[in-house]
Design a protein around this ligand. Structure first.
Ligand code: FAD
Ligand code: NAI
Length: 509
């Protein structure tokens, strides 16, 4: 009984301790302390973008060492892995956004943030031209920012491969407003399909949800959409039940090509059970307002162009290089053979430059364009920049000590300074020993609908490929733990509970 009582007391005290610690964390977060102003006498480090790569860099960067300027058209960080869940209202978009201002206010020294798009980087002049593209414009909405060091972390734009009609009629899934647009469109299609006197063909078209691209974005969205239909739409709008269809169109022979073969099979089998149609080896060639034209090879080996009518078209065919990056590549001869983005060396320095680094989807370093890679690259650069600042500090100290040694009045003080020099030299050597960037792959995870997920996880000695409901709980806990802040974690958890208890909201706005 005594042991039990003590166990109970210890648990009770730990719970109170944990609560107190969380409350204190929230208090500190809500009450930032005074920050020293940016020091313009220090080197100006400009960071472009507030995505995975740039924010991961800013998280670990000692901002007291540089005059840091951040430029991005988005004044928040977006946790993209949960974006597909926002298209159906399983999660509200603000739950996966973290304002960059809140985050920067907690850095050691203040950081300047400009909400703007970098329209051009002039490498020779070391200047970035920026443009305020937001709705409200001040008297000045275009200007330039000089830099000594530059980190390009602008991500990528949506690939369309020049296919006509995609930009005009398709919905992408990269940003918050894309998810909002899709959510609105799903409901619009459902309500329009139930409009009085709608013809049966038109009802079929409106309720045909087509997803192009069988990568993880397309697969996760298709799974979320089918869940929405099964759990909510069918219940509240029963008249759409027999016509609502989700089709996934993929040019390659299978979806999720980056996953293990058994997980690809598992995903395709699960989609079949969920009644999501997969059209592999089908390449979309043209998009109009009401149908797509897709090419496939029939049983006789002939190429057939099929018209597929749709109500909603989600286009998820991967990444393309942003114009500002392409322009920079054009200024640097060493980049002339690079096609998919800025070629970087093993220290993430943009090849052909000395003071420009690139992270994430806009950098080409032989890794897949994922959040995981971008985050690790950002963290690596923060360590590199912190070390570089320390190196400079030690070198200045060494110069001062050498001078001091030369003017020392006697042997004893000379020996003392000599010992100090040895110590600084040792520290300098340690700091200079930083190895190149090495990516450590933790695995790939994707949600495939009906509370199932697939995971290819790097395990102690090899790879673990698993799919199903247990993996789904792992997927949820992994992404919950990876959310940017405690606030995000709490909000996402509450959203999950909310949709579980009340169902998803089917209002159109
Ligand atoms: P981003 O995160 O895209 O950030 C780019 C930043 O640059 C943004 O802040 C943008 O506003 C800003 N920017 C754009 N243009 C300019 C400009 N001209 N000037 C200044 N700033 C600019 N990866 C995973 O590893 N796991 C997942 O589960 C996963 N899920 C995903 C789900 C979806 C729906 C999507 C779309 C992607 C997913 N990814 C996932 C991929 C991952 O999101 C990207 O690889 C990652 O965001 C790349 O980080 P980044 O910093 O390079 O770019
Ligand atoms: P992707 O590049 O992975 O897949 C795009 C797919 O579209 C390809 O399979 C391609 O064959 C297909 N395609 C291209 N053109 C086509 C056409 N005209 N017709 C039919 N199909 C066509 O793109 P995605 O899914 O947007 O992912 C981008 C990056 O983000 C990837 O690196 C991915 O790994 C990462 N990501 C990771 C996630 C995860 O780990 N859960 C989730 C979402 C994205």
């Amino acid at each position: 009984a005594g042991v039990l009582r003590w166990t109970w007391r210890l648990t009770y005290m730990s719970a109170i301790g944990l609560l107190g610690w969380t409350a204190y964390g929230i208090y500190l977060n809500r009450n930032p302390v005074e920050q020293p102003e940016p020091d313009p006498s220090k080197k100006t480090l400009v960071v472009l973008g507030t995505g995975w790569g740039s924010v991961s860099l800013l998280k670990k960067l000692d901002t007291e060492n540089y005059n840091v300027v951040v430029i991005s058209p988005r004044n928040y960080f977006l946790f993209t892995p949960l974006l597909p869940s926002c298209t159906t209202g399983t999660i509200e978009h603000r739950s996966i956004m973290e304002p960059i201002r809140n985050f920067l206010r907690h850095k050691g020294a203040a950081v300047k943030f400009y909400e703007a798009e970098a329209t051009k980087i002039d490498y020779e002049k070391k200047v970035i031209y920026i443009n305020d593209d937001s709705e409200i414009k001040g008297a000045v909405s275009q200007t330039e920012v000089p830099f000594d060091m530059l980190v390009v972390g602008v991500g990528a734009e949506n690939a369309t491969f020049g296919i006509p009609g995609v930009k005009e009629h398709g919905c992408f899934l990269k940003e918050v407003n894309d998810a909002q647009r899709i959510r609105k469109r799903i409901m619009d299609c459902c309500e329009t399909a139930t409009f009085k006197d709608q013809s049966p063909e038109e009802v079929k078209r409106l309720l045909h949800m087509v997803v192009v691209g069988g990568g993880p974005t397309g697969v996760e969205f298709a799974g979320e959409l089918q869940d929405f239909f099964e759990n909510d739409l069918k219940k509240w709008i029963p008249e759409i039940a027999s016509n609502f269809r989700v089709t996934l169109v993929e040019a390659l022979p299978s979806v999720l090509p980056m996953f293990s073969k058994n997980l690809i099979d598992y995903t395709e089998q699960t989609f079949k059970e969920e009644t999501i149609e997969i059209r592999n080896k089908t390449m979309v060639k043209n998009v109009t307002e009401q149908y797509i034209e897709a090419e496939y090879t029939n049983a006789a080996g002939e190429k057939v162009l099929e018209r597929i009518p749709y109500g909603l078209l989600v286009w998820a065919t991967g990444n393309a290089v942003r114009p500002v990056v392409r322009d920079l590549m054009g200024q640097i001869p060493a980049q002339k053979d690079s096609r998919r983005g800025l070629a970087v060396n093993e220290y993430l320095v943009v090849k052909g430059t000395e003071n420009v680094w690139a992270v994430g989807d806009c950098a080409v370093a032989n890794y897949a364009p994922t959040a995981q890679v971008a985050a690790q690259e950002g963290a690596f650069l923060a360590r590199l920049f912190n070390q570089m600042a320390k190196t400079e500090e030690f070198e200045t100290e060494l110069a001062t000590l050498s001078e001091k040694q030369g003017t020392a009045p006697n042997k004893d003080s000379r020996d003392e300074v000599f010992a100090q020099i040895k110590d600084v030299q040792k520290r300098l050597r340690r700091v200079k020993q930083m190895g190149p960037f090495e990516y450590s792959h933790q695995g790939s995870l994707a949600y495939i609908g009906s509370e199932k997920a697939v995971a290819d996880i790097s395990w102690l000695t090899g790879n673990l490929a698993t799919g199903g409901q247990l993996t789904y709980f792992f997927w949820r806990s992994a992404y919950l733990s990876m959310c940017f802040s405690t606030r995000n974690r709490v909000l996402v958890f509450m959203d999950w509970m909310k949709s579980y208890i009340f169902g998803r909201d089917v209002s159109r706005e």
